[in-house]
Design a protein around this ligand. Sequence first.
Ligand code: PLP
Length: 423
Amino acid sequence: MFIFGWLNNTIMAMAITSSQEAIDLEEKYGAHNYHPLPVVLTRGEGVFLWDVEGKRYYDFLSAYSAVNQGHCHPRIINALTEQAKELTLTSRAFYNDKLGVAEKYVCDTFGYDKALFMNSGAEANETAIKLARKWGYTKKGIADNKAVIVVARKNFHGRTTTIISASSDPSARQGFGPFMPGFEVIDYDNVAALKNALINPNVCGLLIEPIQGEAGVYVPQAGYLKAAADLCKEHNVLLMMDEIQTGIARTGKMLASDHEMVRPDLLILGKALSGGVLPISVVLADDDIMLVIKPGEHGSTFGGNPLAAAVVVEALQVVKDENLAFHAAQLGELFRTRMNRLKEKTSLITLVRGKGLLNAIVINDTPESETAWNLCVQFAEAGLLAKPTHGNIIRLAPPLVITEEQVHECCDMIEAVIRNYKK
Ligand code: PLP
């Protein structure tokens, strides 16, 4: 019975021939913690994805900005496969010959003394929270268990129970309490609110995104990040910048913080650090902060594994060699110009916003409406994949290797769907 069940499963796994079959399997055997568009993907290359029926799509989500370098970049895949043949995991119980090289590489690239590698973005934020608290107790002199981290309304920093304790999104929190104390939520992009929050001497850190990606690509006013950095310095508070979605060239600079020449005390990166081939994240800081964590106080079995270390170096080198930040800045301008022109011709779009190739259009309907979802279904039918966020916002973020000609082609596709859309 068991053998037949196993055989049957193996044959089924090999025999996926239609999208519906794959969707049915996920629905039946997978947890229902996502609501995907009805597209089943099987292959990716550069800016393109293909479904199991062979239809080709432009990817305008880039796995939430994890594949900035494009799908299956040959150099990154080569680094992955070459290292996979040698050594993949040792745990940090021992040294390995790749981790130090990757640590030096990221420290040199971003200008910090030390790096702490983890896997998911949420884990990197957890790491940053622990670092800030420990720094608060050991360096700032905050009384035990009193440390506060200030966060912004509508933030997205991940899904762990501590991180959702800092969230203001009911769908992230509802039913998952009790929550971790020690977070104060203030309005984003509001210098007065920040000034007020930092008066509390127990504040050890300010954790923010330089652009709120999941909130719908909310770009703060020019000067906000700089003001936040100055206020943190004035109050001896660590500026903890979550650049998991905005970093690694996505917004037209290596870091979104670079637009205002802000250097965070804790820089948090993930996603495109691996070009989308492995979950790799990192926290960067100088010695006076990073060394507050002692051996045995924090870690992860997979964090800093040699496979990840080899991939990180190649994935970042690709970003530099292909000048992806400059490319994103230029093509982002073009994309927003085209979308703003479209906005003038339709009542369906109320706003176009973004930086570099992290952009969004706000749809003229309520967050509860189906309009943005239906538009994304029609984009998919036309051959372009995007996903709504918060109901009526569509984020548009292709891999940064997209060409100018392809941007025009995609804008034509978006324009055709929007102009022909009927409720
Ligand atoms: N922080 C930001 C800004 C993000 O956009 C995300 C993911 O979308 C995360 C943290 C969480 O990353 P992960 O899903 O790898 O845990």
